[in-house]
Design a protein around this ligand. Sequence first.
Ligand code: C2E
Ligand code: CA
Ligand code: CA
Ligand code: CA
Length: 275
Amino acid sequence: AKEKGRNDFQIFNSDMKSISINRIKLENELRKALTNDEFTLYYQPQVDIESGRIVGTEALIRWNHPERGLVPPNQFIPFAEETGLIVPIGEWVLRAACKQNKAWQEQGFPAMPISVNLSMRQFFQHNLKGKISYVLEQTGLAPQYLELEITESMTMDVDHAIQSLLELKDLGVNVSIDDFGTGYSSLYFLKKFPIDKLKIDRSFVRDIMTDPNDAAIVATIIAMTHHLNLKVIAEGVETEDQLRFLHQNRCNEVQGYWFSPPVDARQMEVMLVGG
Ligand code: C2E
Ligand code: CA
Ligand code: CA
Ligand code: CA
């Protein structure tokens, strides 16, 4: 038993070491990625269910890694969030998204909001309003063409969240609640918080055709948003059946592979031309 204990300790020890080396390496690589401009944005259309027209886009970060190729956000965003690097990365995303949206408007594409995911740290940072208004000023994008996506977990500190949301409202940007239904979800905040839109999480949409509970939940969320005068978008829509269900239940907008996966700016422009 003694022998085993020692081995366990050594294994634990060497694991800890390799984990911390990887972490330091990743942190350095992320810093370098910022200075070397290795991040890029993909865009996924948000489609009005009634007209079939694109009425918005969500900006989603990718890391164009020199050796590993295009790295998806779930492989580095949680780590960036932990270390605080999400703040400069998030600022880069915000600026790049606003700049792109302004450029599209100047090129004559129909004006529409661009959605940007805000991390917890960004949402609670000091002078959030000042930072966002600075980016809007720099890029020349009007505030109504920016939508910020926050998650339910960010609303747990109710007072702080209300204060941040009021600042954003004051600025004139839109706010939506991402992944709605998966987090700490209080009906209290829906009533109390100045938000514009709910995004029904993909996990509910996925099974609406096969799971009556999920169908009931989605139908109920949609009905509730109408009563509260909020807009509602369903994410992760992959099939025509799902689309039909959402249409019948009067969902406003859809986003998902059924229409398009996230694509680069050039491909997005092709879709914008096509309507
Ligand atoms: P999210 O905000 O919920 O973004 C939607 C994710 O669902 C995207 O994954 C998108 O590619 C994927 N998706 C869209 N339609 C479908 C569909 O029909 N079926 C399926 N199976 N998936 C679909 P992605 O781009 O890999 O992003 C993953 C997550 O990373 C995002 O989830 C978001 O939480 C985070 N993220 C992405 N970009 C940023 C960013 O700039 N800042 C922050 N803080 N987080 C970001
Ligand atoms: Ca999102
Ligand atoms: Ca989402
Ligand atoms: Ca999600």
